[in-house]
Design a protein around this ligand. Sequence first.
Ligand code: FES
Ligand code: FES
Length: 150
Amino acid sequence: MKVKFVLNGVERDFEVKAGEYLLDTLRKHNILSVKKGCDASSCGVCTVLKNGKPVLSCSILTARCEGLSITTVEGEKAEVEKFYSYFGAEGADQCGFCNPATALTVIAMKRELKNPSESAIRQYMVGNLCRCSGYVAQNKAILNYLEDQS
Ligand code: FES
Ligand code: FES
């Protein structure tokens, strides 16, 4: 079946199977920044923005994306690089596997929440797991980014 949606600002046509998930469609089309982790809606590394909101691409059928706007880090390069500079400054970089999903979630949060408290930030990030860290440096980097950009 054919599905049409806007991917990173460009309207695209995709030929997909009926039960195909967005994660697989994106990776099949070389959007490899979107990672496959648990493939079961638990880890968050497959996060993309659907009409600006973070969603798990492993749990959304591509057929349900008709007419929507889907954004990955490739579509948010300037803001993602800005966010990564805060990660670097706090020494929060580790293997990087979860970084694209984390960046997209934080960018969406910045646009959605005004001056969020630390607990509101943690709540927003609760679905984004990182196997490498204890989150301390990551959380500090996220706070600094949100404070400096608000
Ligand atoms: S791969 Fe989607 S939540 Fe883990
Ligand atoms: S930095 Fe390795 S999984 Fe997060």
